[in-house]
Design a protein around this ligand. Structure first.
Ligand SMILES: Nc1nc2c(ncn2[C@@H]2O[C@H](COP(=O)(O)OP(=O)(O)OP(=O)(O)O)[C@@H](O)[C@H]2O)c(=O)[nH]1
Ligand SMILES: [Mg+2]
Length: 459
């Protein structure tokens, strides 16, 4: 078998690097650990059971683009022409995988764990090319990010073997301009032939074949170069934070192989060979959803966030007089007047002191309010130290998340006896920061219209 030894173009620009799992996920050790060890999944499953609502903000997914169809070996025949010219068509291209933002989705739970695009059909006689394989378009909510990952099972094993040291779990990759070079296994230029009747060895010894193969090799190199250019993925992933006008290509299918009609030359009258379709590519990805709402409700457990969202919107998050009733985020849509765009408000699980050090559920869910235009701090007047509660929330959320955001304090449970004294102290404090504050009683619908008005002014 002839090997050319020529490297396909494009290999030189690749830099090989080694990155720890910790660095690959930008130092976010806690979440990365809980994602890959399954802690996060357990928690979500538990939350789904309790809330009886499916919500998922994370998905490992295995994607495979389609293999290209093989070229056909066929010869034209009819009653007048017993030995006609070659008429074998090309194989169809393998299906591609795309991703696209779809409106109205709020969760990743509808996605499958793996997707395989269709294979290209083989070429046929009578110069018929095979059909292209079926493309797949992943439909995801706005706010989804997608990152390339190695096989999650192998990562999980490494994490266990290295005793949870994410800085020791190494990922090796090739990089070209901040894009990870992915690899698809397939034949080298000059290989990938399908022989009929006469065996490969016989053809490989013929000059006419080798002359032809020199030319086909150039074509192979072009295909491989194109694959190498397509098979790249941004190292920081793709952030689908805006509606996608067109589906975004993730994995390209394999090119179909040439049929024998392409190989008719003055030396070759009866090409009994064709080319194989190129393989597709299989990779793992991590999809993460950061909800995109205009405003986020932030409050201690039991402060009345969900009650507030129920009263200002049609959303119906669970309400309970115990802490951590809410285990999953909910988004409510609020239509003020018919001529105005509606706005959205996210209710997330309660935040406790130490949430930013991973206590409670806080940190996991703070991500969902990172992209809001404004933050609504929900403080209950039922408890003694409303100012202290607000300070706790501000501290846990942190200056960085609050930066450049409008703020509003909604003081809930204003109907309770002890509330009015608390309210005045809280108001003085909030005024001193020049934020806005409003007392409400969501249970009795008091000040709710005013609250909606203030909120709509924030967005
Ligand atoms: N009296 C009174 N009670 C209220 C008011 N708003 C909420 N509550 C009660 O406070 C309790 C907690 O309300 P939720 O809306 O579940 O509180 P939450 O902030 O969503 O709580 P978590 O989801 O656990 O963080 C429930 O028993 C509500 O009925 C109010 O304005 N007045
Ligand atoms: Mg709640």
């Amino acid at each position: 078998m002839i090997r050319t030894g020529i490297k396909p173009p494009g290999l030189r620009e690749i830099t090989k690097i080694q990155l720890s799992l910790k660095d690959y996920f930008l130092g976010d050790e806690y979440r990365t650990h809980s994602i890959f060890t399954g802690v996060h999944a357990d928690r979500m499953r538990n939350a789904q059971k309790v809330e009886n609502k499916t919500f998922e903000d994370l998905r490992f997914i295995r994607l495979g683009s389609g293999k290209g169809g093989n070229g056909s070996v066929s010869f034209f025949r009819d009653s007048h022409t017993p030995f006609g010219p070659p008429d074998g068509g090309d194989g169809g291209d393998g299906g591609n995988i795309y991703i696209q933002v779809v409106e109205g989705l709020n969760s990743l739970h509808r996605l499958n764990k793996s997707y395989q695009a269709g294979y290209g059909e083989s070429g046929k006689g009578s110069q018929l090319d095979g059909k292209n394989g079926r493309d797949i378009i992943l439909e995801v909510p706005i706010g989804t990010t997608i990152r390339w990952i190695p096989d999650p099972v192998s990562i999980r094993r490494s994490i266990r073997r290295l005793k949870d040291r994410l800085d020791m779990v190494n990922l090796k990759m090739g990089l070209v301009n901040n894009e990870i070079q992915l690899y698809r296994e397939d034949y080298q230029p000059g290989d990938g032939w399908i022989f009929k009747e006469r065996d490969e060895e016989y053809q490989r010894e013929r000059d006419y074949f080798n002359n032809l193969n020199e030319r086909v090799k150039v074509y192979d190199e072009e295909i491989i170069f194109e694959e190498r250019t397509n098979d790249r993925f941004p190292i920081l992933g793709i952030d689908l934070n805006k509606p996608t006008l067109q589906p975004v290509l993730l994995l390209k299918g394999g090119k179909g192989g040439m049929g024998n009609m392409n190989f008719l030359t003055k030396d070759i009258r009866n090409p009994r060979f064709s080319k194989r379709g190129r393989n597709g590519i299989q990779e793992y990805f991590l999809l993460e959803l950061k909800l995109i709402a205009d405003l986020g409700l932030i409050g201690l457990p039991n402060a009345g966030k969900s009650t507030l969202l129920r009263s200002i919107s049609k959303a119906s998050p669970r309400v309970g007089h115990w802490e951590f009733t809410t285990l999953q985020p909910t988004i409510g849509t609020i239509q003020t007047t018919i001529d105005k765009e509606p706005f959205t408000v996210a209710d997330i699980p309660g935040i406790i002191r130490g949430a930013s050090q991973n206590k409670g559920m806080g940190l996991d869910f703070l991500r969902h309010i990172e992209r809001t235009k404004g933050m609504v701090f929900v403080v209950s007047l039922e408890l003694e130290d409303a100012v202290g509660d607000l300070q706790t929330l501000m501290q846990e959320v942190g200056d960085k998340r609050m930066q450049n955001k409008k703020k509003l304090v909604v003081a809930t449970k204003a109907d309770l006896n002890e509330s009015s004294g608390n309210y005045h102290v809280l108001k003085d404090y909030v005024d001193s920061m020049s934020w806005k504050i409003l007392p409400v009683c969501a249970k009795q619908d008091e000040n709710i219209q005013k609250c909606i008005k203030l909120m709509s002014e924030m967005v």
